[in-house]
Write a protein of this length. Structure first.
Length: 381
């Protein structure tokens, strides 16, 4: 899979951009604040319908376009896949700096955002990803959910359903606490939460097992065979990892119901659901030591790099196609040895798009097989 065409209208610092991509690796270079990261952000939005940089979509519109009475930001991408070509278009209309409408089309047919996720898979790696190891658990849960949602549409449905039920249940808990509802009204929501939660737990574990199959080899090479890496899932609901999926479904479902019953008093007092996969975590263990707590900045960076590379392998096994890999100015964060190792790893992938402020940090063997694009103030040379 690779992107063959990108069109941007009033996106960030791009007034209008039309760019044809060959089926090759792409090196986007230029000074800071010229628009390199904006290009990768636009590609990522086509894959997930959301930005990895901000949750405020008002920031997408080019500031000069806001003077127009009916402003629009448009992102269009054409992708080549083994199953057939696909075109994704996202339009955002603005009035007085506020979004008034957001429309998404796949092959010119209107779609919901949930129907786009999984159409085009990408792996994004940027400097801030080091927070994945040492940051709050919510970052790691979002990472698990994004990967699983891209490769399993039923996971995305279960996640959306779980979050809606969680919101309703928390609201009911607060009403019960205020004496405006009865505790037995929780029974229905307990059942819905448990059914969808079990699916999330088991498929998160399945994904971690799949990534562990590749990440051991990748990390050993990155560490010159000095260290080993594995991911460890930490669900609040314990279960037998050696049992069959069917056995664990029944086991976790029963434990889920039991813990919800046992914690009902505390949850009513808190007005929050205290049990479930929305409170789970996973950790990165290097030689069985938590790198997020005890690892150096460099060790954390290599850990995340290995995980992203293993993610690409896992996505290929699950979908039949490698994802497009986006590398946002990370070579400057790596020493010479790890820069070369990274480029050697990704060379075999169908398409890598990376940005850099210094093209000389890129190994000659990679540059020779790449198309080089220079960005100057929102223009491509």
């Amino acid at each position: 899979m690779y992107i063959s065409y990108l069109n941007l209208t009033n996106f960030r610092n791009y007034s209008l951009l039309e760019l044809d991509f060959p089926k090759q690796h792409i090196v986007i270079h230029g000074e800071n604040a010229q628009g390199k990261t904006n290009l990768l952000e636009a590609l990522y939005i086509l894959s997930t319908t959301r930005s990895y940089r901000t949750g405020n979509e008002k920031e997408f519109i080019k500031w000069s376009a806001l003077e127009e009475p009916d402003s629009i930001t448009r992102i269009i991408g054409n992708f080549q896949k083994e199953q057939g070509d696909i075109k994704i278009e996202i339009d955002m209309h603005y009035a007085k700096s506020e979004i008034t409408q957001k429309r998404i089309k796949v092959n010119d047919i209107p779609r919901r955002a949930s129907e786009v996720i999984g159409q085009v898979n990408m792996v994004m790696f940027e400097a801030q990803d080091c927070q994945l190891t040492s940051g709050p658990a919510i970052l790691r849960r979002r990472y698990l959910d994004l990967i699983n949602s891209q490769i399993d549409h039923h996971y995305l449905y279960s996640l959306q359903r779980y979050n809606r039920v969680l919101t309703q249940r928390n609201h009911l808990l607060r009403l019960i606490n205020e004496g405006q509802a009865r505790a037995d009204q929780l029974d229905f929501w307990d059942n819905e939460l448990s059914i969808n939660g079990v699916y999330l737990i088991l498929h998160r574990q399945q994904m971690i097992n799949g990534i562990n199959e590749s990440v051991r080899t990748i990390f050993r090479k990155l560490s010159q065979n000095k260290e080993s890496l594995k991911l460890k899932y930490l669900p609040k609901l314990k279960y037998d990892m050696e049992a069959t999926q069917k056995e664990n479904e029944e086991l976790i479902l029963g434990k889920f119901h039991k813990q919800l019953q046992e914690s009902r008093g505390r949850e009513i007092a808190a007005g929050l659901t205290l049990v479930g996969p929305h409170r789970d975590d996973f950790r990165f263990l290097v030689n069985d030591v938590d790198v997020g707590i005890y690892g150096s900045r460099g060790q954390q960076r290599i850990t995340v790099l290995a995980i992203k590379l293993a993610q690409a392998e896992y996505s290929k096994k699950q979908t039949g196609e490698y994802p497009i890999m986006l590398l946002d100015d990370i070579l400057s964060e790596l020493d010479i040895t790890h820069r070369r190792q990274l480029l050697e790893f990704v060379t075999s992938l169908p398409q890598i798009i990376l940005t850099t402020t210094d093209i000389h940090t890129i190994e000659p063997f990679f540059l020779e097989q790449s198309v080089k694009l220079k960005v100057i103030q929102g223009n491509i040379e």
